[in-house]
Structure formats: structure tokens, C-alpha cells
Design a protein around this ligand. Sequence first.
Ligand code: PHE
Length: 341
Amino acid sequence: MEQKLNEISLQAGREIITAATQEELRQIQVRYLGKKGEITTILRGMGQLAPEQRPLVGSLANRVRDELSEMIDSRTEELKEVLRRQRMAEQRVDVTLPGRPVNIGYRHPLSIIMEQIAEIFLGLGFTIAEGPEIESDYYNFEALNLPQDHPAREMQDSFYIRPDILLRTHTSPVQVRTMEKTAPQAPVRIIAPGKVYRRDDDATHSPMFHQVEGLVIDRNISLSDLKGTLLLFAQQMFGAKQQVRLRPSFFPFTEPSAEVDMSCVMCGGGGCRVCKDSGWIEILGSGMVHPNVLAMSGYDPEEFTGYAFGMGVERIAMLKYGIDDLRQFFTNDFRMLRQFR
Ligand code: PHE
């Protein structure tokens, strides 16, 4: 019996040491120490032994049982540790790997230009006004001296939502909204940047584009105030050598009206392909606020005069950055956009 116990002890010990998983250990435990395990069976069969053998075999069996269960415990701990190390190795982070660059957002070239324009006029004492992009016929046309059926409405092919509501075709309605709020106080000195919409779509026209409107109203405002302000704007935006000239034009809401040209940014005035050899480039429409417009919005045209202008932001940006297709602004191609960081 003693020999049998020693053999069991040796055999079980070997199995425990070489066990590779906790499940194997559990099976070994059942096989030797479980209810029907080999050691347990021997302990149960003690009664059949000669009385003088019992204490000896009994204590040996108990010792073997204790030793084995201790071995199983420590092997279990070992296997747990191995498992833990394995997991750590699998989850290890290589801190020497180069990082993945995070794409940081940046402003759209049109936003940059709009802010530069605003900056210049803020420096001249203008404030910023805003109006809705969904506008009533009254503010977009009627109050700007463009009554129903006026042929000049065709200058601005429009998106109508209802017969009396449309996407604003220009920022000029903000002139009216501002005057209504301020009249009869003076001076008024605002710019109104924002989106406008027209049914146009080609290399130089987009159905949505941006304008910055300007409006000044006070006593004794004259065309020379307009010209001086725009000259200063052109010089701050495009360089101190810039000149501006006014060309007679027509807008229903200004009288007289003028297109404003500045020296060609490409050739400096000498003549080139961009300015079609004229040396000048058109940058905006402008004029003295029409007496009807002043009167409709609450200013006495006998007492007050004013000037207004509206420039296309895309056009300014194209000239500033040398971009030749307006659609570039709206295709969201990072290769183009990231150049303006
Ligand atoms: N609103 C005109 C346009 O979009 C521009 C303009 C504004 C002209 C103010 C004169 C005065 O074409």
C-alpha cells in the first residue's frame, strides 16, 4: 500500500508540473483527490487494512493528499501568471511607433477673405449687420425700388419658395432692414456679409455665392465718400499701388450707379489676359442710395444721402489667390483648400 501511494504521488506530481492549462489541473484534481479519486479511494478502504498498518498508511495518504493539493494550487497560480504575461505581451503598445497625424480643420478661403474684408471696414467704423437668406419679395425687390414686373428683376434670376418669398439674390435687402430699424437716426455705417442665391451655374457663377454689402447714410454723404472708401479698401486688400475708377452703370436702388474697377492685380494696369488688356478689373456694384429707397425705409431724402455697394466675395478671393474657376471653392477638395491654412 505504501508503495502504491508513493507511485501515485510521483505520477500525479509529474502530471501537475506538466499541466498546461487550468482545465487539465482540474481533471488531475478530480482523478486523484476527487470523491472517487485514487487517494480518496485508498483512504476509504483503510478499514480493510491490518490494524497496525492503518496509522502509517493513513498518515502517508493524508500527506500525499496535502502535498498534491498544494502542488495543484501553486501550479494554478503559475498558469494564471503565464496567462497574464501572455495577455500583456499581446496588448503591448509600441510607444516608438510614429503617431498618426490628426487632421486639424482650418478656415475656408472664402471665410478668410470675408474676415479680411470685414476687418478693413470695421477699421473704418462700420459695424456688421445680418439678414435672412430666405427673404420676402418686399425686402429683396420692392423696397429696393424694384416693383413687381420691373424689367430689372431679370438681372437676378431667382429661386422662389412662394410667389412672395425667395432665396435672397443679393445682400441689399439688409440695407432696407437696417434702415427700417435705425431711421430716422444717422449715421448708418454697416457692412452685411452673407450668402446669396441665383439661378446661374458656370465657371464664374455659382447658384450660391457670397456678397458683402455696404451702406452709409448721413447728412452730406457724397460720391467722393464712396470712392475714397473703396480706394482705401482696394489698397488694403490688394496693395498700396491700387487705383479705383467708377464707371456709370444702372441699379434700380441707386442713383447715380457705378461699377467700380480697380487696377488689374495680375499686370498692375499694363494690360494682360485677365483684364482683357484694359488694365482694370471690375470688383463691385455701387451708387448713391436712391431717394425712393431712402423714403420707403424712413429717411427724408431731402435731409439724408447715402451710398451703397455690393461686392462678390468669390471674385475678390479669386483675384487675391489667383484662382480661375469659381467652382473650386465648392468642391471641397482638400488639395485645394489646405493651401490656405
Ligand atoms: N445688389 C447689387 C447686385 O447684387 C450690387 C449693389 C449693391 C449695387 C449696392 C449697388 C448698391 O448686383
